[in-house]
Design a protein around this ligand. Structure first.
Ligand SMILES: *Cc1c(COP(=O)(O)O)cnc(C)c1O
Length: 392
C-alpha cells in the first residue's frame, strides 16, 4: 500500500480486483463472500449487468454538466424518489454527510424563517451522521468528535428510543426546530427501537405539536435495505426531511436530501449548491438502481433473506453463552456479543468472508440485496462456526 495515503483507515491486507453478485475476487484469484457490500452501498451486488450497461451508456453520452443547466437524468431520479417516498422535492449531493449537511442547513433556515435566531436540533446518543464538522457534531459518538473541537453548536442530545426526554425538551426549549434520527441505528450497533413504529410515530406527533421538522437519516436504512424503500415505510408516518446516500448509486457517489410539505420550499435560490451533485452519471446510476430493485423484487428479497438469516442464527446460537442478542431489519443484521469482537473481522477474512464489527461488540452484516438463500446459508454456517470458536 502506498506510503502516500493518509492514515485514516485500518485496512485489511487484501486488494479486490473484480466482483460478481455477492462474490469478490482478490489479486491472487481468491474468492470471498461479501456480507458487507461496501457498507450498504452495493445493494445490487457487484457488476450487475443492467447497472453496468446503464452507467456505461451514460458515460459514453455525458458524464457531467453544471447545475446551471437542466439535467434530464436528475429530474427523472427526483421524480422517482418522490413517487416511491410520497415526498415532494429533492436536493442532490455526493455523500451521506452532505445529505445530512443539507438537512441541517434546511432546518436552521426553517427556524430563521420562523424568527428563531438560534435554532437547535435534537439528536440521539449512539447516532452516526457523518464526518464533516456539522455532522460529526450531530453524531452521538465522542470518538468521532475528539480532537475536532470546537464543535458546531445547536445540537441537543437525548437517548435513542426515549420519547420522554424529547417531551421534556419540548416543554422547556423554544429554540428547537427539528429532530434528526436514524430509523435503525447502523454504526451504533443495529439498534432497533423497542416499538419500532411507535417511536417514529411518537416523534412525528411531537414534531406536529411544536412545528418541528422530523428529519430521518436514511443513509443506511434507505434504498430497500430494511425490506421497504425507506425505513419509515414500516410505519404510518412520513418525515419532513430524509437524507439518502449509500445504496442510492450502487457505488457511484450520490447523496440526496428529500423534503416534503413545509420543508420542501425552504431552500430558495442561492441557499445551497454542489458542483457534482446530481450530475448525469450519478443520477443515471441512481435511476438504474431503483429500477432494478423494483424489477427484481429486491425489497421483498431483503425482507425474506434478512429474516431467514436472523432465524438461522437464532437456531445456531440457541444455547450459546456470549451471544447477547440477534437483531435485524431486513438485511441490516446485528449479532451482539458479550465482549469486544473486532478481531472477528480478521478471522473471517482469513476464511474468505467479509463482515464488519461496530459498537465494539456487534457483528454487523449488510449483504447485497441480491443475496439468495443458498448464499445466506453459507454465510450463516461459516460465521456461526467462527463466532462459536471465538466465544470458547
Ligand atoms: C454512512 C452514514 C453516513 C455518512 O455517509 P458518508 O457517505 O460516509 O458521508 C451518515 N449517516 C448514516 C446513518 C450512515 O450510515
Amino acid at each position: 500500500m502506498s506510503v502516500h495515503l493518509m492514515n485514516t483507515y485500518t485496512r485489511q491486507p487484501v486488494t479486490f480486483v473484480r466482483g460478481e453478485g455477492v462474490w469478490l475476487w482478490d489479486d491472487k484469484g481468491e474468492k470471498y463472500l461479501d456480507a458487507l457490500a461496501g457498507v450498504a452501498v452495493n445493494g445490487l451486488g457487484h457488476a450487475h449487468p443492467k447497472l453496468v450497461k446503464a452507467i456505461s451508456e451514460q458515460a459514453a453520452k455525458l458524464i457531467h454538466v453544471s447545475n446551471i443547466y437542466q439535467i434530464a437524468e436528475q429530474s427523472a431520479l427526483a421524480d422517482k424518489l418522490c413517487e416511491i417516498s410520497g415526498m415532494d422535492k429533492v436536493f442532490f449531493c455526493n455523500s451521506g454527510c452532505e445529505a445530512n449537511e443539507a438537512s441541517i442547513k434546511l432546518a436552521r433556515l426553517y427556524g430563521h424563517n420562523k424568527g428563531i435566531e438560534n435554532p437547535e436540533i435534537i439528536v440521539m446518543d449512539k447516532s452516526f451522521h457523518g464526518r464533516t464538522m456539522a455532522t460529526l457534531s450531530a453524531t452521538g459518538n465522542r470518538k468521532v468528535q475528539a480532537g475536532f473541537e470546537p464543535l458546531v453548536s445547536g445540537f441537543i442530545r437525548v437517548p435513542y428510543d426515549d420519547i420522554e426526554s424529547v417531551r421534556q425538551i419540548a416543554a422547556r426549549n423554544a429554540n428547537v426546530v427539528a429532530v434528526l434520527v436514524e430509523p435503525v441505528q447502523g454504526e451504533g450497533g443495529i439498534n432497533i427501537p423497542k416499538h419500532a413504529s411507535g417511536y417514529l410515530e411518537a416523534l412525528r406527533q411531537i414534531c406536529n405539536e411544536h412545528d418541528w421538522l422530523l428529519m430521518l437519516d436514511e443513509v443506511q436504512t434507505g434504498i430497500g435495505r430494511t425490506g421497504t424503500w425507506f425505513g419509515f415505510q414500516h410505519t404510518n408516518i412520513k418525515p419532513d426531511v430524509m437524507s439518502l446516500a449509500k445504496g442510492l448509486g450502487s457505488g457511484v457517489p450520490i447523496g440526496a436530501c428529500v423534503a416534503s410539505g413545509v420543508a420542501a420550499d425552504v431552500f430558495t435560490y442561492g441557499k445551497h449548491g454542489s458542483t457534482f451533485g446530481g450530475n448525469p452519471l450519478a443520477t443515471a446510476a441512481g435511476l438504474a438502481t431503483l429500477n432494478i430493485i423494483e424489477e427484481e423484487g429486491l425489497r421483498e428479497n431483503a425482507e425474506k433473506i434478512g429474516n431467514y438469516i436472523r432465524e438461522s442464527f437464532e437456531a445456531e446460537f440457541k444455547d450459546q453463552k456470549g451471544v447477547v442478542a440477534i437483531r435485524n431489519a431486513g438485511l441490516m443484521i446485528g449479532i451482539e456479543l458479550n465482549k469486544p469482537c473486532g478481531e472477528l473481522v480478521k478471522l473471517a477474512l482469513a476464511q474468505k468472508l467479509l463482515i464488519n464489527v461496530t459498537a465494539e461488540s456487534v457483528v454487523r452484516l449488510l449483504p447485497p440485496l441480491v443475496m439468495n438463500e443458498a448464499e445466506a446459508q453459507l454465510l450463516v454456517k461459516q460465521l456461526s462456526a467462527l463466532i462459536k470458536t471465538f466465544l470458547k
